[in-house]
Design a protein around this ligand. Structure first.
Ligand code: HEC
Ligand code: HEC
Ligand code: HEC
Ligand code: HEC
Ligand code: HEC
Length: 467
């Protein structure tokens, strides 16, 4: 009933930033056209890796340009001895799950199959960076993978990044070794050297991975960093860390966290926490952390506000019209953000009369748990080369629809209910904003027997009784 608007295509500059990569791959395609046809790794969608780049299509680099053995990275268990609190926060986060995550594993396998492996190093570059840096993976069956690489996005990967070259698809130089880089410049550690690194204190650091573009077309797919960069939180001096690396109450603003960042370190005014909680209350719990799942639910509940704005009661019979205002009050980026071709956030709105008769209902679930097609739903729809909708990001050639709520912004949705002459007043309008990490049919398709239940999280609600 509510028209879906097509948001303007906004992230052009991110695509431009990618032109270097595009040119490199276009060049390679021209020179190797013949070989490519014969290569097993040929993919009409992604092209093949330039011979000289062991990490392509990931943009990651090492100092030598060669792979680095995974032994160069220390297991998080080693850091735990001295940084026990930080370890406990990271363990169970989506960063610690980024390789083990069954949803990631399933989608990555489909991508690999459909592109003859051309997406492998792309997906794995962010989800198991050390697996790709060491050349242990692919093969994607993980048969050559060491334990440390399976730790996902972990301490010694993040803290040994020595340089960045922009954002998106991980344009970082990984330099594992004795120097750990972070926010402090005033203390020594007996175990490793510490070095102040400005980039670690900025949103750009998160933007290394929290901007995902199609590696050959440059199409922006996940753009959390760009959404932040072009929004009001950047101007207010509130980087990602202020909301995602401070104690979870409240989850939408900076909270000071005094104490020790290391058992043998000094008392500090503030150190950064490492739960990295977003909206994922499913995989966190599935892989054993109820704490992270609870924090994700609380965060979602703090993200938005709803308001029902009625018009005057019409002559009966007639149409009672009202609007629902959905405001993004807590996110430094669009709501929702990230993998928004899979996420579902929608309005469930009903109108009942004084006798409980339902005059209107939008946003209910059908018997299979799928959302009413007429509901207002906030997400993105990717399109393939033929303009058909697709949830396969590697097929994406355009964004068909981007209907979400910008940071500190809102959307007004129009509704109406037919009020017959004998309907009993007053009417009660109820609106709920729901969030679900992924639609049930997609989980079934990707995981088959292993499919898990995806809970619906009620983010917020509003109720109005007419005069
Ligand atoms: C996704 C990357 C990432 C991962 C994974 C990560 N950290 Fe951090 N860590 C950061 C960033 C970024 C900061 C600084 C934030 C700032 O200054 O705004 C930080 C800060 C720190 C600090 C300085 C004290 C503080 O908390 O402010 C220590 C010590 C630290 N991390 C240790 C660890 C350990 C140990 C692990 C693994 C258990 C870990 N980190 C995992 C990104 C990461
Ligand atoms: C033997 C104890 C010990 C171990 C083990 C240890 N650290 Fe540290 N680390 C320290 C101390 C002490 C500090 C300084 C804390 C402070 O200044 O508050 C520190 C500081 C840090 C910082 C802050 C650097 C900066 O410039 O801001 C990072 C990052 C860090 N450690 C990462 C790690 C990682 C990653 C591991 C595991 C590979 C690890 N540490 C293992 C003792 C240790
Ligand atoms: C090396 C790449 C990398 C870097 C750098 C990185 N992340 Fe992530 N992050 C990921 C990946 C991959 C996931 C998703 C894992 C999954 O869902 O399987 C993730 C997940 C998250 C989530 C959880 C999302 C959810 O759905 O609940 C949050 C929050 C987050 N990151 C915040 C940050 C912040 C803040 C920073 C900067 C301090 C940062 N990340 C830096 C790769 C990275
Ligand atoms: C003003 C606070 C705030 C800032 C700043 C902020 N976030 Fe968030 N973020 C939130 C809230 C609240 C949510 C939960 C709602 C949601 O999941 O969309 C969230 C959710 C997320 C998610 C999970 C999205 C999903 O539903 O799958 C990721 C990933 C994320 N943030 C990354 C980032 C990164 C990267 C930055 C910086 C570029 C950042 N955030 C800046 C508050 C913030
Ligand atoms: C540039 C880094 C990057 C690349 C490349 C990347 N991802 Fe991710 N991925 C992320 C981040 C960051 C998130 C978290 C966003 C969010 O929570 O919405 C994520 C989340 C996901 C999720 C959601 C998991 C969950 O539990 O909800 C899936 C599935 C996924 N990625 C699959 C893939 C596949 C398949 C590829 C390759 C075609 C890929 N990713 C490539 C960074 C990356």
């Amino acid at each position: 009933m509510t028209p879906r608007k097509f948001a303007p295509y906004q992230f052009l500059f991110a695509a431009l930033a990618f032109s270097a990569v595009l040119t490199a791959s276009a060049f390679c395609q021209e020179n190797n056209a013949q070989e490519k046809q014969e290569s097993e790794r040929y993919s009409p969608i992604l092209g093949i890796a330039p011979e000289s780049d062991p990490f392509f299509p990931s943009r990651m680099e090492t100092v030598t340009g060669e792979t680095v053995p995974s032994e160069a990275f220390l297991n998080p268990e080693r850091c735990k001895t001295c940084h026990g609190d930080i370890y406990a926060q990271w363990k169970g986060s989506m960063h610690s799950n980024s390789w083990n995550d069954p949803l990631f594993q399933a989608l990555m396998r489909v991508a690999s199959k459909e592109t003859a492996g051309a997406t492998d190093k792309f997906c794995l570059g962010c989800h198991t960076p050390v697996g790709v840096i060491s050349g242990e993976i692919p093969p994607i069956d993980a048969s050559s993978m060491t334990e440390v690489a399976s730790m996902g996005v972990f301490c010694d990967f993040c803290h040994t990044i020595s340089k960045t070259k922009g954002v998106g698809n991980l344009p970082a130089i990984s330099e594992p070794g004795i120097v750990k880089r972070g926010p402090f410049d005033d203390f020594k550690s007996p175990f490793h050297k510490v070095q102040f690194s400005e980039v670690h204190t900025s949103a750009e650091f998160c933007g290394l991975c929290h901007n995902v573009s199609h590696p050959t077309s440059g199409l922006p797919i996940e753009q959390t960093y760009t959404e932040w960069l072009t929004g009001p939180y950047r101007d207010a001096g509130t980087p990602c860390q202020h909301c995602h690396m401070t104690p979870p109450n409240p989850p939408t603003a900076f909270t000071k966290n005094p104490g020790k960042a290391c058992v043998m370190g000094p008392e500090r005014d503030h150190w950064w926490t490492h739960e990295f909680v977003g909206g994922n209350a499913v995989v966190t719990e599935l892989l054993g952390s109820k704490v992270h799942a609870d924090h994700a639910r609380n965060r979602l509940k703090a993200a938005a506000k709803l308001e029902i704005i009625p018009s005057d009661m019409p002559q009966r019979p007639g149409l009672f019209e009202f609007r629902v205002k959905v405001s993004n009050v807590g996110c430094g980026h669009y709501l929702p953000t990230g993998l928004t071709e899979m996420r579902e956030m929608w309005l469930d709105v009903s109108v009942v009369d004084a006798e409980g008769n339902v005059l209107h209902h939008s946003g209910a679930l059908d018997a299979n748990g799928e959302i009413d097609p007429d509901a207002v739903i906030y997400h993105t729809v990717l399109g393939d080369a033929n303009g058909n909708p697709t949830w396969k990001m590697w097929e994406a050639a355009r964004v068909l629809n981007d209907y979400r709520i910008p940071p500190m912004g809102y959307r007004l949705e129009r509704y109406s209910a037919y009020v017959s002459a004998d309907a009993k007043l007053p009417l009660t309008v109820r609106a709920k904003l729901n969030y679900r990490s992924v639609a049930p049919h997609l989980v079934k398709m990707l995981l088959g027997d292993q499919a898990f239940e995806v809970p619906i999280i009620e983010m917020t609600q509003a109720e109005l009784v007419t005069e």
